[in-house]
Design a protein around this ligand. Structure first.
Ligand code: ADP
Ligand code: MG
Length: 255
């Protein structure tokens, strides 16, 4: 005869951590609901599988590096009329990730690019995708550090394990030649293999402003836009509008 402790111990040796932790309540459920041995085995394994999945999503969520939670259901389409709710909702089947396509949000500051990119990233995480969110600046520094340590290839391989990478705010600062090169290596490695959501304040005709090296700018743009859906956002800055309408007393010039 086996005791609960014996069974728990065997489960732990089989790495059925969640099932072993929930063993007592699973056993009382079996009693209360008079489950057949088969139904009980199914319930137990389902508990292990669903707990593992929940744990995996939680880990993905922590690794994603999303600092400010901006949800899609907080996005107000009456303030931002250059993209429709239908356009955004269509993205939520995540076919763009399955098909290794990119999304590019282009527009001036404050029109909701980062909000949409973050909202999509959170939804992708909920759906079980591995996502990494980074500002373009932090990504540049990250790759530069890896390059200095002679680990650029390894770092790129690591980043390619994510299904989706969000690169936020490309274009505010010009990049060094080496950073151009590093970024090209990453985009080349992800091309037709992983998806990128990019937000930028400059349209492609002005990308030369921040890619110092034209020889790199063209192939980067080429790879990014080859399989991409591009959203040109316009309108007034939401921040500015809130400041003006909100009467916080802070001058607009300070934004
Ligand atoms: P961008 O990245 O285009 O500069 P953000 O996405 O950072 O702009 O938006 C600036 C601020 O305004 C954020 O706090 C964001 O949540 C908010 N915001 C922008 N557009 C909207 C919108 N249409 N509905 C709700 N909040 C918005
Ligand atoms: Mg932004």
């Amino acid at each position: 005869m086996y005791s609960t402790d014996d069974v728990g111990r065997m489960m732990r040796s089989l790495n059925l951590k969640h099932a072993s932790e929930g063993l007592n309540s699973l056993l009382s459920r079996a009693n209360d609901q008079e489950l057949s041995p088969l139904q009980w085995a199914g319930t137990l394994l389902e508990h292990e599988l669903s707990s593992r999945e929940a744990h995996r999503r939680e880990t993905n969520r922590k690794k994603a590096g999303i600092q400010v939670e901006k949800r899609l259901d907080e996005f107000d389409y009456q303030c931002q009329t250059t993209i429709t709710k239908r356009q955004v909702t269509q993205l939520l089947d995540f076919q763009f990730v399955e098909n290794r396509q990119n999304l590019i949000f282009i527009g001036p500051p404050g029109v909701g690019k980062t909000h949409l990119a973050t909202g999509l990233a959170l939804k992708a995480l909920e759906r079980g995708y591995r996502v990494w969110f980074s500002s373009a600046l932090a990504l540049t520094e990250d790759l530069e550090m890896a390059e200095i340590k002679g680990r650029l290839k390894a770092r790129i391989a690591q980043l390619c394990r994510y299904d989706l990478i969000v690169v936020d705010e490309l274009g505010y600062l010009p990049m060094s030649r080496q950073s151009n090169h590093n970024l090209f290596q990453l985009i080349h490695a992800m091309y037709e293999f992983r998806s990128i959501i990019l937000t930028t304040n400059k349209d492609f005709t002005r990308w030369g402003d921040f890619f110092i090296d034209e020889n790199v700018a063209v192939p980067i743009v080429d790879r990014l836009i080859h399989h991409a859906q591009i959203f040109m956002l316009g309108g007034e800055s939401y921040r500015l509008r809130q400041k003006l309408g909100g009467g916080s007393g802070v001058g607009v010039g300070q934004n």
